[in-house]
Design a protein around this ligand. Structure first.
Ligand code: PEP
Ligand code: MN
Length: 355
């Protein structure tokens, strides 16, 4: 089912009403770029009291959507009961949501319920950036005998709210998954990564440039009035504009070389980014330890700067550095900056306490 590239899955975050779903079906019926229509029938909401989907009613609407549009439909399933109902209404494909992939018990229950059904399954990444959990879900579904499997990269949640994305792309993870399972296509759910419709077009282009195999884009006849994920949804007309603008690489000789190099560079940069983030985190932790030291020095009337300690630091760090082929000068400069910051920070704290 997923052999076409780029594969495009579009449709609303949630099936809200029959009218909404029929409008979507009519918008897509003559568009050959849309391969499958999505709609959430049971919605996993972080907090209770929000719209949780129309359940079985929506499954009935989806039968009409199939007839009108001539396209396959897919929904999210999270329990064996949901799978049973969806089979009754002949839903064509299922996706496993990020909050389910994270839990091996849930994935196993889903896998058991799928045995013998022959339905294609799309596996979203877990909400946390853990490639093993994602791979584990693929293996559980494969072991259930499911032949048609694709993955969906929908980004990873983080406590850090300063990111412009709702869910961070962490490209190294889908790229690693592709390396491990070259025959499993990966589609990019740009809507859940961006969380905001203004960023969708560039994210979609980036996903294709990184050689992902398709896209999932949330599409609603009236996005601002959507009952879930309103900010990230777009109208079918805007979807078609975005799709028209995408440059799709065909994999011809020169292009494929460029793509491989581009993918490798992006992969290495991702790894570097996460290392730099770790370096900064470590520096912050080191500074915290410095604060504790500063407190002890204050309480005991000891000087903050102690030259013999600095001599020890320089000696041991240059030793470690040269063992790793760094020059003495480089290591000295790095630790001068770190030590200077630590002393400055301790001084500032002690001045505040004295005030
Ligand atoms: C969705 O596709 O609407 C959804 C809830 O997805 P996710 O599991 O990626 O959060
Ligand atoms: Mn959604």
């Amino acid at each position: 089912m997923f052999s076409h590239k780029p594969y495009l899955i579009a449709g609303p975050c949630s099936a809200e009403s029959k009218e909404q779903m029929l409008e979507i079906a009519n918008s897509f019926k003559n568009n050959d770029k849309v391969n499958m229509i999505r709609a959430g029938v049971w919605k996993p909401r972080s907090k209770p009291g929000n719209f949780e989907g129309r359940g079985e009613d929506a499954l009935k609407w989806l039968q009409e959507v199939k007839e009108i549009s001539g396209k396959k439909v897919c929904i999210e399933v999270a329990t064996p009961e949901q799978i049973e109902l969806a089979l009754k209404y002949d839903i064509d494909a299922f996706w496993i949501g990020a909050r389910s992939t994270v839990n091996p018990f849930t994935v196993q229950e889903i896998a058991d319920a799928l045995k013998g059904t022959n339905k294609p399954v799309l596996i979203k990444n877990p909400i946390n950036p853990d490639v093993e959990l994602w791979a584990g879900a693929i293996e559980r579904i494969q072991r259930a005998g499911v032949k048609d499997i694709a993955c969906i990269h929908r980004g990873f949640s983080s406590y850090d709210k300063s990111s412009i994305y709702r869910n961070k792309p962490n490209w190294a993870i889908p790229i690693e998954l592709k390396r491990r399972y070259p025959s499993v296509p990966i589609y990019c759910d740009v809507s859940h990564i961006c969380g905001n419709r203004t960023l969708l077009a560039s994210m979609a282009q980036r996903a294709l440039d990184l050689d992902l195999d398709g896209l999932m884009i949330e599409t609603h006849p009236n996005p601002d009035a959507a009952l879930s994920d309103a900010k990230q949804q777009i109208t079918p007309a805007v979807l078609f504009e975005i799709i028209e603008e995408l440059s799709i690489r065909k994999g011809i000789a020169d292009d494929s070389v460029a793509l491989t190099i581009g993918t490798k560079i992006e992969h290495l940069r991702q790894i570097m980014d996460s290392m730099d983030a770790e370096i900064v985190d470590l520096l912050a932790k080191r500074r915290e330890i410095g604060e504790q030291l500063g407190d002890i020095k204050m309480e005991n009337n000891m000087p903050i700067y102690q030259p013999e300690r600095w001599r020890d630091i320089v000696e041991s760090r240059t030793d470690w550095g040269t063992q790793n082929n760094f020059s003495e000068e480089f290591i000295r400069k790095v630790f001068e900056l770190i030590h200077e910051d630590s002393i400055k920070h301790q001084m500032e704290l002690s001045n505040e306490i004295k005030k």
